[in-house]
Design a protein around this ligand. Structure first.
Ligand code: PLP
Length: 381
């Protein structure tokens, strides 16, 4: 018989899977499920990006690339980061098959048995699993008491972070709350990171999807350049989830270490996908602006529909999620709502914050209306 490693047996399968398995089952039985559980844009990849991918294949870009990614793409990423105020040359960048792989490699490079990692809850589901697989332990700061804002929780963060803290993960705009952390909040993070010599991952995968606010990149703050690793990717801003393309940028020493894991595991991101990535970075401003505008309209729609039902939510400034306050047993709420009304959402406990359900508004206005109406009619709002 096979014996499995602790590093995997101690990890739970994603709690979002229970809901999506049930949704799939219902759909197979012919139900019309309004799926508000998905973490991906519902738009096609911009046409010019698809064309660039096809052209790259036709041009024979189908072999291995340098492990860190083709220089042309890393140069384009370097320029994109410079626009965000970050100074990373191509030698400080690794291109990965998705931001998820980037995060995995960074955590593997930095976290060993017993190392402490601080998360801001609710936090994206995979951070916890990545830390656990690396043998690290978690300290968590709950932002739900503060409408998911970080600034009023800085004292709690100060309690959670100590000289024993190795790593802090910050995700702004946030999945699942849509919160964009203020400059004052980020400065508070900086002060603690410097005081306790903590490395910080800034997961900026939703940075391009915001509504009237400009998120600051943590690595631009004084004292943060040497201790920040910036992660970003193409899945969300360019609607490229299935292409699997992301990257991270940080101090060269980190790049050297994580680069070993990268080269011995994935080798590189897909060659022609990297070529498409250049097009995405350089020529899609209008397409991205159009998608962001649509997300903003949908956010406004859902917030006002919920308001009409007497439900107040923390209005998100970015990404395409919001947290709906539900009963304490959020897992049961989500399962019951799905079974009764065929509306799929994700329980907040999957993100470390029970009592909420995450709604993704990456769906058409018709479907959003339909979903909220069904939840209201079913007595779930
Ligand atoms: N980080 C956050 C906060 C996310 O929500 C996601 C996707 O859901 C990722 C990283 C990973 O994205 P990808 O691996 O598709 O680039």
């Amino acid at each position: 018989t096979m014996e499995f490693t602790d590093r995997l047996t101690r990890v739970e399968p994603s709690a979002t899977l229970a809901v999506s398995a049930l949704a799939t089952e219902l759909e197979a039985d012919g139900a019309d499920v309004v799926d508000l559980s998905v973490g991906e844009p519902d738009f096609p990849t911009p046409e010019t990006v698809v064309e660039a991918g096809k052209a790259a294949m036709d041009a024979g870009h189908t072999g291995y690339t340098t492990s860190a990614g083709i220089l042309e793409l890393r140069e384009a990423i370097s320029e994109k980061l410079a626009d965000d105020g970050l100074d990373h040359g191509p030698e400080e960048i690794i291109v990965t098959p998705g931001a998820k792989q980037a995060l995995y490699e960074i955590v593997q490079a930095l976290i060993a048995d017993g190392d402490e990692v601080t998360l801001l809850d609710p936090a994206w589901v995979s951070y916890e699993a990545m830390v656990e697989m690396a043998g690290g332990s978690l300290s968590r700061v709950d932002l739900s008491e503060h409408d998911f804002r970080l600034e009023p929780a800085l004292e709690d963060l100060a309690d959670a972070v100590s000289d024993d803290t190795e790593l802090l993960i910050v995700n702004s705009p946030s999945n699942p709350t849509g919160a964009v952390y203020s400059d004052a909040a980020l400065e508070g993070v900086r002060d603690l990171a410097v005081e306790h010599d903590v490395t910080v991952i800034s997961d900026e995968i939703y940075k391009e999807i915001t509504y009237g606010v400009e998120p600051t990149s943590l690595g631009t703050l004084e004292g943060m350049a040497d201790r920040t690793i910036t992660v970003n990717g193409f899945s969300k801003a360019y609607s490229m989830t299935g292409w699997r393309l992301g990257y991270f940028a940080g101090p060269e020493a980190l790049i050297d270490q994580a680069g070993k894991l990268h080269s011995h595991s994935v080798s590189s991101a897909v060659n022609f996908v990297q070529h498409a990535g250049i097009e995405a970075l350089e020529n899609t401003d209008d397409a991205v602006a159009e998608m962001v505008e649509a997300f903003e309209d949908r956010r406004d729609l859902v917030v006002s529909l919920l308001e009409e039902e007497g439900v107040d939510v923390a209005v998100p400034d970015g990404a395409f999620y919001m947290m709906l306050p539900v009963e304490e047993d959020d897992q049961a709420w989500c399962e019951n709502a799905l079974e009764d009304t065929h509306v799929a959402t994700v329980p907040g406990s999957a993100f470390g914050t029970p009592g909420y359900a995450r709604i993704s508004y990456a769906a058409s206005e018709d479907r959003l209306r339909e979903g909220i109406e069904r939840l209201a009619d079913g007595g779930y709002l």
